[in-house]
Write a protein that binds this ligand. Structure first.
Ligand code: B12
Ligand code: SF4
Length: 564
């Protein structure tokens, strides 16, 4: 079959600010097995540009695929972008199958199938084996009920092409097949690297880069995170084969930087050590960046020199909180002492530590923010990343909040990207949360110790890593404040989380000529605002900033007042 993989453009700062892009590993992971199964496959990466919906549709029409496969790794906030593309493609190519996958559709398949009649299939969970089975079933006109891991509408007739006249009846039953079996042998699914031009993809300061995955899943169960459930079990690739693949990417394609996609690459010490040793023995000057747990760094104190020799330049440590009680409440399985020690150990080995801190796990008061700032300064991380608690429906954190009837202040799903406040903060008004978060970031990044490392660290690679992040920070920081003041919309007393997560973000409409999204009236999601409208809004936002008071007493009044 002729297949087009489409990486939708993402509105978040992670995509728009760095001015460089990483390859979409999720789609490339589908591409390899699809090519090996004899399909003709191409990738359209609409992050470059970013491409408008019109432009994406015309590129799709030009290639004229039998199936369009959509998915974005920033999956919740990427959803509105993906659905706009699905609608445009459906109008232009009624005979093409549209398949959608990734984390958010995995957990919201029923609502999406109800709201988006243009999407034919949702693939739940990891997609390599399922997509090959689905494409085979379509091509050979085999019963769709036999394809585990897919969601579709009853009455969908398999075929190499979709029946152009088929429009799902409003009452079509959505059928969810049983989950697909876990992929145990990750080395059996190769990544379709040939689908990209490596020259286009750079990161970490214009270094030729890829995203690569040693392991899937996580053995821990932090209450706010759903990734351990998405991958179902922690598994890893063969350490030696994985190291050899990275070395090949360097030798054949000049790749210099590896961004590890793993949730927790270090979970199994023996496997991780075997990988580090295998990579060291390849003698390739690769730089590795990734995310891991502070407790693993402390566990590995005696082998951190191997991390360094293998090329590990930076680890993001999800500290999440600087309060032991909160760490317990979110089941982080770490303590302040462990977090602090991990940062110290990374410094001792010349590896940049980036501390991720999350606002909003508890209902903070001003004092809590102040204490966090002091604590973070005492930890002394090289870099800080402050994000907001984001209640994905599939996490215990969200279940608990739904019971407590917490309200959502951000109903635009494209802003559910960890960089926007989602949940009401009853103790501190919205604007002051922003002030605290930005202040914490600024003080941590601009403190003398951090500046000294940026300007005078003896290791030039360390300085370069610090420079890259501070250059991004210099643009992100004012951008976020600007967006908050003039662009983002927040509801002063929005829907409860429960209402919102049952599909309250609703469907946008795309007008035929412009593909500008609009929202059906009376729905919860605020439509994206045009630039001119945004420019006319500042006074409104500033006024709201001045008058917005803590929301005490407002909890039972879902009045949809737009805050800014
Ligand atoms: C690397 C990475 C990035 C990179 C690069 C992304 C890229 N170009 O691919 C950067 C740093 C740019 C980034 C940015 C962001 N990221 Co990010 N990122 C990751 C990370 C660590 C790895 C992604 C990855 O490659 N995974 C491995 C592949 C194989 O998995 P996958 O993409 O899920 O794909 C599989 C399945 O989902 C499925 N599938 C996926 N798509 C499709 C499509 C079809 C048709 C089918 C059939 C199947 C299918 O099959 C694939 C193979 O099994 C993940 C965490 C993780 N481990 O996944 C976070 C993660 C995806 N990121 C996240 C977020 C929030 C963001 C940002 C919004 C952050 C921000 N504020 O800027 C932005 C979004 C913009 C963007 N470009 O993605 C969240 C998403 C949470 C959610 N559910 O919405 C994650 C899960 C982190 C987390 N723990 O919460 N990210
Ligand atoms: S350690 Fe990280 S990936 Fe694992 S459950 Fe906790 S937050 Fe999620």
């Amino acid at each position: 079959m002729k297949i087009l993989l489409v990486n939708p453009p993402h509105p978040s700062i992670g995509s728009r600010i760095p001015r460089e892009h990483l390859p979409p590993l999720g789609l490339l992971s589908l591409g390899g097995p699809l090519l090996d199964a004899g399909n003709q496959v191409r990738l359209l990466d609409a992050e470059f540009g970013p491409l408008s919906v019109d432009r994406i549709v015309s590129e799709v029409v030009e290639y004229c695929p039998d199936a369009v496969l959509l998915g974005h790794s920033g999956s919740t906030s990427g959803h509105p972008s993906a659905t706009r593309i699905a609608r445009g493609v459906r109008r232009a190519l009624p005979r093409a199958w549209i398949v959608y996958g990734g984390v958010f559709p995995t957990y919201h398949a029923p609502e999406i199938m109800e709201q988006e009649p243009d999407i034919d299939f949702i693939v739940r969970g990891e997609g390599e084996a399922t997509i090959v089975r689905l494409i085979n079933a379509l091509e050979r006109e085999q019963p769709l009920e036999r394809v585990p891991g897919i969601v579709f509408r009853s009455g969908t007739m398999p075929g190499p092409q979709r029946a152009a006249e088929y429009a799902p009846p409003p009452a079509a039953r959505v059928q969810a097949n049983p989950p697909a079996p876990l992929i145990r042998d990750l080395d059996g699914c190769r990544v379709g690297w040939e689908l990209i031009n490596h020259r286009r993809y750079t990161y970490y300061g214009k270094r030729r880069a890829v995203v690569a995955q040693f392991s899937r899943g996580c053995p821990h169960h932090c209450s706010y995170c759903g990734q351990h459930g998405f991958w179902r079990a922690w598994r890893h690739r063969d350490p030696v084969k994985f190291a050899a693949e990275l070395a090949r990417l360097h030798r054949e394609h000049g790749v210099e930087l590896i961004n590890l996609a793993d949730e927790n690459p270090t979970a199994d010490r023996a496997a991780w050590q075997a990988f580090l040793e295998a990579l060291i023995s390849q003698h390739v000057p690769l730089t590795l960046i990734g995310t891991t747990r502070a407790s693993d760094i402390v566990r590995d104190a005696d082998i951190l020199h191997l991390y360094r020799r293998a090329g590990v330049a930076r680890f993001l440590l999800g500290l999440e909180s600087t309060d032991d009680k909160t760490l317990q409440a979110i089941h982080k399985g770490s303590t302040k002492a462990i977090d602090r020690e991990a940062i110290r150990l990374l410094r001792e080995h010349g590896i940049i530590s980036m501390a991720a801190w999350v606002a909003g796990f508890v209902q903070e008061k001003d004092n809590d923010y102040l204490r966090t700032l002091r604590q973070l300064l005492a930890y002394d991380p090289d870099q800080i990343q402050a994000v907001y608690a984001t209640p994905h429906s599939w996490t215990p954190f969200a279940f608990a909040l739904q019971e407590s009837k917490r309200r959502v202040v951000q109903t635009d799903l494209s802003r559910w990207d960890y960089k926007h406040q989602i949940l009401e903060s009853p103790q501190v008004p919205n604007w002051r949360v922003l002030v605290w978060v930005k202040l914490i970031e600024m003080v941590c990044q601009l403190r003398p110790k951090s500046l000294l490392r940026l300007l005078a660290h003896p290791d030039p690679a360390f300085r370069a890593g610090m420079r890259w992040y501070s250059n991004i920070g210099r643009r992100v920081w004012p951008y976020e404040v600007w967006q908050w003041l003039f662009c983002d919309r927040r509801t002063r007393c929005g829907p409860t989380l429960e209402e919102f997560l049952k599909g309250g973000w609703k469907r946008e409409r795309v007008e035929p000529s412009t593909h500008q999204p609009q929202i059906a009236s009376g729905e919860m999601t605020a439509p994206p605002v045009s630039i001119t409208a945004q420019l006319r809004q500042p006074w409104l936002n500033v006024r709201n900033l001045l008058v917005s008071a803590p929301m005490r007493g407002a909890a039972n009044k879902p009045d949809q007042v737009t805050d800014s």
